[in-house]
Write a protein that binds this ligand. Structure first.
Ligand code: GLC
Length: 810
């Protein structure tokens, strides 16, 4: 089954059958004000924080056919009475004559036709203002005059999204709605819980005044809520009741009459929803968006933002699905993930269980640097504010309060720190510097997280020092084999071993972070070194690298692969000796990335991944899965074999294998892995996979599971960042380095070549890569603006000009 197609010219995925296997969504706005819209017009909105300031009541656990936060009803006057239907299918479930949900960049447009009435609704949030717009155009295609009413509806939640579900007396006693009529006759339907009456109001309005309104769900559905969303009894009356709710389940419903609409005539109007500190603040913003020209201009601005964003890099490879992902969908997902972290999706429900993760966001930053490096830096700064004086980091924080917590570390007598968090920021900062060349940022001072009684930071130091301390923390925090202690968890949150266990993943991540810092120190030493920085660390860090490399190779080689952990008692986890969890993917990719694996072992380890862990739907995280709960292993044993971290295909770990394969020069295999994960390539057989074909999911069930191939947890996953890095920097080999842009492709040998247009440090490079000898790797000639240049790092120009580059592989 196919549920839609890619409209490449418009950068849209078009859902043509709204009955998708699971709900498919699109993000609008940002965490500051925004949320998502699903393929049937359901909308979740929040402002600043989905847990503490949520606006619409979108309950993902309800069936797909139920109202989710908002809808639009149309009411056609016929000889037999009213024909009531939703042009979004949900919740009335009428048969459509045509249906399209265009999932665009930051907007969703639903175009449908029911009973000869064509409706087009664009949902978006302007780049510069906090207002959710539904731009609605209704066209009469019945061939005769019609009279029609339009009734947009939103259902509100209490801003405390979790309390909404834990208290059914206090919540309804707080919820209030009132109608305010402006001097000019326009209407503002205001909604708030009593406690925020004087400073925080949800306001629903429209470009033309509604004739009547409803704010009480019970009135709207009718008969003590034995009326339903499918057939609300209030819609059997000519007008809504104009009830201003002083308690209860609040909604906002507005009634518009479109009288005598002639054939082929359209009526356009806007429904506007925002949250403001007062009616007075809201008025000018709402007045502005009552004008269709302003709405058009805002949508055009929005398109211009994405147009500009995506020009960071565009590619033309022989693989249309790779082009789709690298040009549009993967950059969009990296940006959404950077903005929303793991805060709010259909799977991460944003009810307050977690904040912004240090580890996750550090990796998310790396995915957006091509397109929005300064936004990446802003997030890096925030993250560094939650690093501790000893170099380790708090696990997660709330971006509004900047209060950080240590996640689950320390619970149930487990270690009270995460083994890896702080190391990821080293990679993120290095990546930022490679992109921008803005080395001055290293001297910027940022406080560590510890505060005195007045809440003032105890200590600040340079970003450079923050990074050095991160390395020193791991250097000191080792176990009996000299390998880093695993703490509560490393990257794999779900393997929670007892105190004393050691992590090979952290050893390798530390190795990679050391390589970055050694290279950076050497680069800075060669360039005019800033006197403020002690960059004289490369010898020390090289020693650390050599020492850890020796420990890894002495203790962790299992014969055909590297082990993944040593447990508290010294037994290996991820070894031929184990019955379950014999081999782990990250155990093999990361020793290649860290430079710890010897060339022979690297090849053997990567072949073991290919032979033992690869499937047609991606590489499993480990095998075999643990069959049964084991408190001493922790979370990984809470789900059945083949699911998520327990032997499932955990996508985030796949690009690391791709990167490792390119480091070994194996472009054929790197691309095979890339292609088998590409969601766009699954569009024609999506029923097994179920999730959106235009984003990466976090997990796919592995082949030990009866539902092998089923994807879940789409959108907010580190997969987005790493697939982008693997595809653009390692397979296509367009690699920012401290010194400039290096061209080092590692592609399938059968490719004749490819083209890339890349913005970089103030210039644009139009790069054509030719592969006449059909090799995977190797650059034999680089010509820039007609002149041969030595090596494969492009000269820097910073001249706002376009430079033509021809690279010949061989
Ligand atoms: C989830 C977490 C991430 C962790 C991964 C593997 O994606 O957000 O922090 O690294 O799972 O357990």
């Amino acid at each position: 089954m196919k549920y839609g197609y890619f409209d490449d010219d418009n950068w849209e995925y078009v859902v043509t059958d709204p009955r998708t296997p699971v709900t498919w969504i699109n993000y609008i706005g940002t965490l500051k004000f925004g949320g998502f819209v699903n393929q049937t017009g359901g909308m979740l909105l929040c402002k600043g924080d989905p847990a503490k300031n949520r606006i619409t009541k979108y309950i993902p656990q309800l069936p797909a056919s139920d109202l989710k936060g908002s809808t639009l009803y149309l009411r056609l006057h016929t000889e037999d009475g009213y024909k009531i239907f939703s042009p979004f299918v949900v919740p009335t479930l009428d048969e459509y004559e045509s249906y399209e949900c265009r999932v665009g960049l930051g907007y969703t447009k639903i175009v449908s036709r029911f009973y000869g009435v064509e409706t087009a609704v664009t949902f978006f949030i302007p780049t510069d203002d906090q207002i959710a717009i539904q731009d609605i155009t209704i066209t009469n295609k019945t061939g005769k005059d019609i009279t029609l009413d339009a009734i947009p509806v939103v259902e509100y939640t209490h801003p405390d999204a979790l309390k909404q579900f834990t208290n059914a007396d206090w919540i309804p006693q707080t919820m209030t709605s009132e109608m305010i009529i402006e001097e000019n006759g326009n209407r503002l339907l205001v909604q708030y819980p009593f406690m925020t009456r004087d400073f925080k109001l949800n306001i629903l309005s429209s470009s033309e005044p509604a004739f009547s309104f409803e704010t009480d769900r019970r009135q709207f559905l009718g008969r003590n809520e034995f009326g339903t969303w499918v057939a609300p009894l209030a819609l059997q009356e000519p007008e809504l009741s104009n009830t201003e709710a002083i308690r209860g389940d609040n909604i906002g419903a507005l009634m518009f009459h479109l009288d005598n609409l002639a054939p082929d005539v359209s009526h356009r109007f806007q429904v506007l929803l925002g949250q403001y500190d007062s009616v007075e603040t809201a008025k000018p913003i709402i007045a502005k968006y009552r004008q269709s020209e302003v709405v058009d201009a805002a949508l055009a601005d929005h398109a211009a933002f994405w147009q500009d964003f995506l020009t960071g890099m565009q590619v033309e490879t022989p693989d249309v699905n790779m082009n789709r992902m690298l040009n549009v969908y993967n950059p969009r997902q990296t940006y959404i993930t950077k903005n929303w972290s793991r805060y709010l999706s259909l799977y991460q429900l944003g009810l307050g269980a977690r904040g912004i993760g240090f580890r996750d966001s550090s990796q998310d930053v790396m995915g957006v640097l091509t397109f929005a490096p300064e936004e990446g830096l802003e997030l890096i700064r925030q993250l560094l504010h939650t690093q501790l004086q000893n170099g380790s980091a708090m696990h997660q924080f709330n971006p509004l309060s900047m209060v950080a917590t240590n996640g689950e570390a320390g619970e149930d007598d487990r270690p009270d720190f995460y083994s890896d968090d702080h190391l990821w920021i080293v990679l993120a900062v290095a990546a930022y510097l490679k992109e921008t060349g803005n080395f001055d940022v290293l001297v910027e001072e940022i406080p560590f997280y510890e505060k005195d009684k007045e809440g003032q930071p105890l200590e600040s130091d340079t970003i450079w020092e923050h990074l050095c301390r991160a390395l020193e923390f791991t250097n000191k925090t080792v176990g009996v084999h000299g390998l880093p202690l695993a703490g509560f968890a490393d990257w794999n949150d779900t393997v929670n071993l007892l105190k004393g266990a050691e992590s090979l993943m952290t050893a390798n991540l530390y190795g990679k972070a050391l390589l970055e810092m050694i290279e950076l120190a050497e680069y800075l030493g060669k360039m005019a070194p800033s006197t403020k920085l002690n960059t004289d660390v490369s010898t020390k860090f090289s020693d650390y690298h050599a020492t850890m490399k020796a420990h890894v190779n002495e203790h962790a080689w299992d014969g055909n692969w590297y082990v993944r952990y040593f447990d508290y008692d010294g037994t290996p986890v991820g070894s031929e000796q184990n019955e379950e969890g014999k081999i782990f993917t990250n155990g093999q990719s990361w020793p290649v990335i860290s430079g710890f694996a010897t060339p022979d072992r690297a090849q053997i380890a990567l072949d073991s991944v290919y032979n033992l862990l690869n499937t047609a739907n991606g590489i499993k995280l480990s095998t075999p899965g643990y069959d049964g709960y084991d408190a001493d292993k922790g979370g990984v044993t809470t789900y059945r074999p083949g699911a998520k971290e327990n032997g499932g295909i955990f996508l985030h770990a796949n690009p690391w294998v791709m990167i490792a394969e390119t480091l070994m020069g194996n472009g054929n295999r790197a691309y095979e892995y890339y292609n088998q994960l590409n969601p766009a390539a699954k569009n024609d057989h999506i029923d097994e996979y179920e999730c959106e074909p235009y984003v990466y999911p976090q997990n796919i069930l592995g082949d030990e599971h009866p539902q092998f191939g089923l994807a879940r947890n789409s959108w907010l996953t580190g997969t987005a960042s790493w697939m982008y890095q693997a595809g653009s920097q390692y397979i296509l080999g367009i690699q920012p380095t401290f010194a400039g842009l290096r061209i080092a492709p590692c592609i399938p040998a059968e490719w004749d070549g490819f083209k890339v247009s890349r913005k970089y440090r103030g210039s644009r490079y139009n790069i054509e890569i030719k592969n006449p000898d059909h090799v995977c790797q190797g650059v034999k000639a680089v010509v820039v603006d007609g002149k041969a240049v030595p090596g494969n790092v492009l000269p820097l120009f910073d001249d706002s000009e376009v430079h033509e580059v021809v690279v010949t592989m061989g």
